[in-house]
Design a protein around this ligand. Structure first.
Ligand SMILES: NC(=O)c1ccc[n+]([C@@H]2O[C@H](COP(=O)([O-])OP(=O)(O)OC[C@H]3O[C@@H](n4cnc5c(N)ncnc54)[C@H](O)[C@@H]3O)[C@@H](O)[C@H]2O)c1
Ligand SMILES: [Fe+2]
Length: 391
């Protein structure tokens, strides 16, 4: 069987942003959101692009967890500018807005809800895409994935297509320097979840494994430093690289149950994506390894790469889950949904909807163990209370 490993070209390091000057494109639209705009990065990007002969427009109406209607507005801006270069400057929400708008701009006949990994989109007939992350987590700058929300229900759905990998990713640590501690922790947990899920998904492969192992090691080493000292540019750069590697891993392998649980939490309770998947991660590690020798062995090997050893594989996987909990405690990440401030009544009245949406999420099929609605319900209960999964 033939597999493909798709990644973008990557420029990384201090002052990597200046590389934009070399990028071809005469009619450029910079996609961003109002918070990132207020930090000045899109203007800095425009300044660099303006050194060439081109027109540059900034569109700053992206929102967290973008709705399809907002994506359509962004596509309208691309159409209006007749864009031949799209530059996304922001977190995962901005990059996904740009990627999804790019699809609608090039292929107005396509419905995002119906986009499949096998569609031949023919992207790049009109424009190319540069992604510049301002958070170190989603890895969207390197992935085939987009995550958007239905307007009517608020349900988040993920879709993938190989053509959605950006042409160029620029990782410049100056752009994540000011990221607040909680967002640094949440987005860092998203990166770790991508690395771990990319390593256990049923589509894991040698290339994704290599990216995952390096990303896991880097997150354990550099995330605490990024949280402790927001101005540590070396730590910021290492976390951008770790997040990008983790994106490369899961984009070519897939995420699984922690993302299904997390997308549902993002849809129903509007939790930040990294917070939601990070709360799920240790529980999913325990669940995936339970009475499941092959996956337990994989997780034991991943744990060994950060110095977690136990003779028996399932015990090693449980020890790795606890190592993740130690890291979370170290960076001030909540130990449960309750700690994250979700009221008990709210959780209980949302539980059935949470289970339904998690079961509908496509990533669930990549989990290396069968998952029933009852398992999901029990894992959410553990996630709420901060207890372990023993089933
Ligand atoms: N396409 C993919 O491969 C992929 C992968 C994982 C997650 N996602 C999606 O990405 C979204 C989450 O992205 P995210 O975690 O980057 O958060 P985000 O993009 O939603 O941003 C969260 C908040 O942080 C602000 N922000 C961004 N950069 C900042 C900076 N440098 N300083 C201060 N504030 C800043 C934003 O304006 C926003 O208000 C979710 O919708 C998630 O589902 C996509
Ligand atoms: Fe994620």
């Amino acid at each position: 069987m033939v597999w493909w490993f798709d990644v973008p070209k990557v420029a990384f390091g201090e002052d990597a942003l200046d590389e934009l000057e070399q990028v071809h494109g005469e009619r450029v639209v910079v996609i961003t959101d109002s918070v990132v705009k207020s930090l000045g990065f899109p203007d800095r990007v425009k300044e660099i692009l303006d050194r060439g002969e081109r027109t540059v427009t900034i569109w700053d109406e992206a929102e967290p967890d973008p709705r399809v209607s907002v994506v359509k507005n962004a596509a309208g801006a691309l159409e209006q500018a007749n864009a031949d270069l799209i530059v996304a400057v922001g977190g995962g929400s901005v990059m996904d807005t740009a990627k999804a708008a790019w699809v609608l701009y090039e292929r107005p006949d396509i419905k995002l809800e119906a986009l499949s990994p096998f569609d031949q989109l023919g992207l790049r007939a009109k424009a190319r895409l540069v992604c510049i992350p301002t958070t170190a987590g989603t890895g969207s700058e390197a992935t085939r994935a987009i995550v958007v929300r239905e307007d009517e229900t608020g349900r988040k759905f993920a879709t993938i297509n190989p053509e959605l990998v950006a042409d160029l990713a620029i990782l410049d640590p100056e752009l994540t320097r000011g990221l607040p501690k909680n967002l640094t922790a949440y987005t860092g947990m998203d990166a770790l979840t991508h690395a771990v899920e990319g390593y256990i998904s049923i589509w894991k492969n040698d290339f994704s494994d290599a990216c995952s192992v390096q990303a896991v090691q880097m997150v354990f080493e550099w995330l605490p430093k990024s949280v402790d000292n927001p101005n540590d540019l070396e730590a910021r750069e290492k976390m951008l690289v770790a997040a990008c590697l983790a994106g490369m891993s899961f984009s070519n392998s897939q995420v699984c149950l922690a993302h299904s649980l997390g997308h549902s939490l993002g849809s129903v309770l509007r939790l930040h994506h990294g917070l939601a998947v990070g709360l799920a991660l240790p529980l999913v590690v325990e669940f995936a390894a339970h009475d499941n020798p092959e996956t337990a062995a994989h997780i034991a090997a991943l744990g060994a790469s950060v110095g977690v050893y136990e003779e028996e594989h399932e015990a090693a996987a449980r020890a790795f889950a606890n190592r993740i909990r130690d890291l979370q405690k170290r960076i001030g990440f909540p130990a449960s949904m309750r700690d994250a401030g979700v009221p008990r009544e709210k959780f209980e009245e949302s539980l059935e909807q949470l289970v339904d949406y998690a079961m509908m999420d496509t990533s669930i099929t990549m989990t290396p163990r069968d998952v029933e609605a009852e398992d999901i319900r029990r894992i959410y209960e553990c996630m709420y209370a901060g207890t372990r999964v023993g089933f």
